[in-house]
Design a protein around this ligand. Structure first.
Ligand code: AMP
Ligand code: GLY
Length: 420
C-alpha cells in the first residue's frame, strides 16, 4: 500500500509513525510534513489547495490511500475532489465536514435528533443577541460560526463578559448568524470514533489541557498536553456517548444524503445528567491523536482502509493496557507573538527514555540542526502502566531536551491524577 498523508503537525507525525509500523505499508509520502515526519515518510511539496495537483500526484505515484490530518482541506472539499477521481481518501466530504465547519449545522442536527446538547438560539443582529443574553443571564456561551481555530467561542461567566463578547463574535462570524448557548457544567472529555456511514466503531477517550499555564490558567491554546484514557469516560459513559450522541449523528447524516467517512472527534461535557455534545471535529485532535496512536495496538492502516471501504462493521479495535500522556513544548511567547529559529538539542537523548516518543509539531531543519518554527513545537509523548508512570517518563524526557527558548506545562494529567 502506498499512502499519502496530508499535514505538518504533531498529529500527522503520530499518524506517520503509526502508519509506518503497518505491515501493509510499502511507501509513505507526506505533504508538507516536517523533520519528524521525514523520519517515517518521503516529504513531497504539493500545493494542498490545488486539488487537481494532489490528484495528479496520487495517480502518478499510484497512491492507494490519502489520509487527511487537518480540517481545512476537508472543509474545502479535498476528499470530494479526490474521491471523484477514484482515489481513496480517509476523511469526510465537505458536506459532512460541516459537523466541524459550522456550529449551526451541528446544533440543528443535535436538536432535530434528540441528541443531548446545550439549548441554543441563533442571532443575525447584535441588538437581539444582547436582549437575549440579558434575559438568560450568565454564565452563557457565545459562538461565531465557521472555523476560527478555537478563537470563535466566548464562555462568559458574567453578564458584562457576555455583553462585551457579543461584539467580538459578531465581528468574527462575517454575515453568518451567531449561536448563543446554554453553559454546560461538568468535566470535558474528547471521544473518538471511526465512522463509515451508519457504522460507528468507538476508538478511545482523551482529555486535553487548553490553557497555556499550570493550573489551567491564562489564555486558550490549541492544546498544551493530553492523556488517554480519560477517567471520566467510564465504559458506561462511552456507551452512552456512542448510543446517544455519535451513532444518531452518523444516522442523521446518512438520511441527509451526506454519509460521514472518517474519524469523528466529539467534544463532550460530562454533566450530572450524562454526556452532552459541545462540538464535533472532523479529524483527529492535536495533541489527542498523539496519545491515541501510542496506545493503539491494532494496525492503523487496516482500520483506515476499512473506514474507506465500508467494512468497519467487521472491525474491533484493541488498545494496549497502558496509559499515554503527551506534553506540548511551545516557544516562549506562545499563544502570543514568539520568535522562530531557536535551536533544539537533545531530541535523541529524550527519545531514548523508556516508553517515550518525541513527535515534531513545529520544527524545521536548518543544515544539520533542528530549529523551532512554530508556537507548539514538540509533543513529548510517553506510555506507562499507570498515568503516573507515563507522566514521570514524559517529564524525564522533557528535561533532557536542551531548548532554552522552549517551555511546557508541568502539570499535564493533573485532573486524572488528583481524582478521588
Ligand atoms: P468549541 O470551539 O465549541 O469546542 O468551544 C471551545 C471551548 O469552550 C470548549 O472546549 C469548552 O471548554 C468551552 N465551551 C463551549 N461550549 C460550551 C458550553 N455550552 N458550556 C460550557 N463550556 C463550553
Ligand atoms: N486539541 C483540540 C483540537 O484538536 O481541536
Amino acid at each position: 500500500m502506498k499512502v499519502l498523508l496530508i499535514g505538518s503537525g504533531g498529529r500527522e507525525h503520530a499518524l506517520a509513525w503509526k502508519l509506518a509500523a503497518s505491515p501493509l505499508l510499502t511507501k509513505l509520502y507526506a505533504s508538507p510534513g516536517n523533520p519528524g515526519i521525514a523520519q517515517e515518510a518521503e516529504l513531497v511539496d504539493l500545493s494542498i489547495t490545488d486539488h487537481a495537483a494532489v490528484a495528479a500526484f496520487c495517480k502518478d505515484r499510484k497512491i492507494d490511500l490519502v489520509v487527511v490530518g487537518p480540517e481545512a482541506p476537508l472543509v474545502a472539499g479535498l476528499a470530494d475532489d479526490l474521491t471523484a477521481q477514484g482515489i481513496r481518501v480517509f476523511g469526510p466530504s465537505a458536506k459532512a465536514a460541516q459537523l466541524e465547519g459550522s456550529k449551526r449545522f451541528t446544533k440543528k442536527i443535535a436538536v432535530e435528533n434528540g441528541i443531548p446538547t446545550g439549548a441554543y438560539a441563533e442571532f443575525t443582529g447584535a441588538e437581539a443577541a444582547r436582549d437575549y443574553v440579558r434575559k438568560q443571564g450568565a454564565p452563557i456561551v457565545l459562538k461565531a460560526d465557521g472555523l476560527h481555530a478555537g478563537k470563535g467561542v466566548v464562555v462568559a461567566m458574567t453578564l458584562d463578559e457576555a455583553l462585551a463578547g457579543i461584539e467580538q463574535v459578531f465581528s468574527m462570524g462575517g454575515s453568518d448568524p451567531v449561536v448563543i448557548e446554554e453553559f454546560l457544567d461538568g468535566e470535558e472529555a474528547s471521544f473518538f470514533c471511526l465512522v463509515d456511514g451508519e457504522t460507528v466503531v468507538p476508538l478511545a477517550s482523551a482529555q486535553d489541557h487548553k490553557r497555556i499555564f499550570d493550573g489551567d490558567k491564562g489564555p486558550n491554546t490549541g492544546g498544551m498536553g493530553a492523556y488517554s484514557p480519560a477517567p471520566v469516560m467510564t465504559a458506561e459513559m462511552e456507551k452512552r456517548a456512542l448510543e446517544e450522541i455519535v451513532r444518531p449523528t452518523a444516522q442523521a447524516l446518512v438520511r441527509m444524503g451526506m454519509p460521514y467517512r472518517g474519524v469523528i472527534f466529539a467534544g463532550l461535557m460530562i454533566t450530572k445528567d450524562g454526556p452532552k455534545l459541545i462540538e464535533y471535529n472532523a479529524r483527529f485532535g492535536d495533541p489527542e491523536c498523539q496519545v491515541l496512536m501510542t496506545r493503539l495496538k491494532d494496525d492503523l492502516l487496516t482500520l483506515l482502509l476499512a473506514t474507506c471501504d465500508g467494512t468497519l462493521d467487521k472491525m474491533s479495535v484493541r488498545w494496549r493496557d497502558e496509559h499515554a500522556i503527551t506534553v506540548v513544548m511551545a516557544t516562549k511567547g506562545y499563544p502570543g507573538a514568539y520568535e522562530s529559529g531557536s535551536e533544539i538539542r537533545g531530541l535523541d537523548r529524550a527519545g531514548e527514555v523508556d516508553g517515550v516518543t518525541v513527535f515534531h509539531a513545529g520544527t524545521k531543519r536548518a543544515g544539520d540542526r533542528i530549529v523551532a518554527s512554530g508556537g507548539r513545537v514538540l509533543n513529548v509523548t510517553a506510555t506507562g502502566k499507570t498515568l503516573q508512570e507515563a507522566q514521570a517518563r514524559a517529564y524525564r524526557a522533557v528535561d533532557l531536551i536542551d531548548w532554552p527558548q522552549g517551555f511546557c506545562r508541568r502539570d499535564i494529567g493533573w485532573r486524572a491524577l488528583t481524582r478521588t
